[in-house]
Structure formats: C-alpha cells, structure tokens
Ligand binder design. Structure first.
Ligand code: DX5
Ligand code: ZN
Length: 217
C-alpha cells in the first residue's frame, strides 16, 4: 500500500482549524485526537468540533479516540461522517462489537495499542479491523520523543498482518518526523501521523511532502 500521511491537528492552532487543515491539502488524512482527561491526562475536543471540521475539509478525517468507554462513543463519530475511527484496546470493554458498529456506520475501524501493550493478544482481532495503530509515544501529548523500543512491535504486527493475508493498514503515531519515519517505514508501517513535525514547521505543506519523501525512500 502507498504511504499515507496524516497530520495531527493536536499541534495546530485550534482557533484557526479551518485554515490549518487547508494548509495541508496534500495530506491523505486529517488526524483528530479526542482526549477525555481520563484515559489520558489531557483534554482536547469531542463530537461537535469533529462535526465542524468535517464541514471544513474535503480530506477524510481519522478520529483517534483516547477516551474511556469508547464502546459508548465511537459509533457516533462514524455516524457523523469520520472516515476512520480508532479505539484503544486498553479502554474498550467490547472491542469486537464496537469495531463492527464502526464498520456498519460506514467508517474504517481502527484498534490502537499503547507502547506497553503487546500485539500478540490481539492477533485474532486483526480480521475485524481496517487499521492497527501502534503508538510510538505514551498517548496524551504532542511533541514527545519517538520511542524506538516500539519498533520490534511494528515489525511483528506487520508479520501478523501478512501471515493472515489481511489488508490492514499499520499506523504509527507519536514522535514521527523526517528522521524517525524511515525506521517506521522499514519496520512495516504505512500510515504516518505527525503533529509537531507538520504544524511546528514554517511550511506545513512542505513538511508533509518531506515526510512522504522520507517514508517512500
Ligand atoms: C498523542 C497523539 C498524537 C499527537 C502526535 O497522544 O495521539 O496524534 O498529535 O504528536 P507528535 O507528532 O508531535 O508526536
Ligand atoms: Zn493520535
């Protein structure tokens, strides 16, 4: 699968979201971090802002739910029109039901794993998802350094996906920049979330192009 770049608006100017998403028109996705101050120690935005954003961008929106009880909330994001909705394995109490509900609402279903969560226990769930998100920082904040310790898990996840002959995208999120993206791509990731690497750059559009170039090398 071709490399896909998903700028995270967590590092954007929240007062100018429409302009900030327009600035990365060459990206493949807009990644939206929903945080509830419980699953992670930070609070961002919820469904009303996602609904407004869906009207403000032609790009597909990728919602990363870092919230407790995603079973209750995730289908609503898919019904609102998010093209992809990702729930955390650590937070879901009925992941199979919730992932199926996301898919029946017409969105791609994603499962996220924190850095300390092994992928092997979730091998059988790969058939239920469209994307596996391997976190490369502890979730909650942008601008943290990339955790190299997670690289072997990315490779193992890619092997599990290949071994089952599944078309599951493998996303990485956290500390992804023009330097670390190559290692992620080599390990088998194909969807790259980048917050500070895009929105702290002088030219976000150029940052997206550089990331894509580095991941495709
Ligand atoms: C962190 C979020 C990320 C965040 C990444 O918990 O899930 O999407 O925006 O930010 P950077 O790319 O700055 O590490
Ligand atoms: Zn994220």
């Amino acid at each position: 699968m071709a490399v896909q770049i998903a700028p995270s608006i967590l590092s954007a100017d929240f007062a100018r979201l429409a302009d900030e998403v327009a600035a990365v028109a060459d990206a493949d996705w807009i990644h939206v971090d929903v945080m509830d101050n419980h699953f992670v120690p930070n609070l961002t935005l919820g469904l009303p802002v996602v609904e407004a954003l869906l009207k403000a961008t032609p790009l597909p929106v990728d919602c990363h739910l870092m919230i407790e009880d995603p079973d209750r909330w995730a289908p609503g994001y898919a019904e609102a029109g998010a093209a992809s909705v990702t729930i955390h394995a650590e937070a879901a109490s009925a992941p199979i039901r919730t992932l199926r509900e996301i898919r029946s609402a017409g969105a791609r279903a994603g499962l996220a794993l924190n850095p300390g969560t092994a992928v092997e226990p979730y091998a059988d769930l790969l058939a239920e998802i469209d994307m596996l998100l391997v976190m490369t920082v502890e979730p909650g904040f942008g601008g943290q350094p990339f955790l190299d310790v997670v690289l072997p898990k990315i490779s193992r996840a890619r092997d599990l996906i290949k071994g089952r002959d599944l078309d599951v995208w493998l996303q990485v999120d956290g500390g992804v920049n023009t330097e670390t993206i190559e290692r992620c791509a080599e390990a088998g990731a194909d969807v790259f979330v980048a917050g500070s690497a895009v929105y702290s750059a002088d030219d976000p559009a150029e940052a997206v192009r550089s990331l894509r170039a580095q991941a495709t090398r």
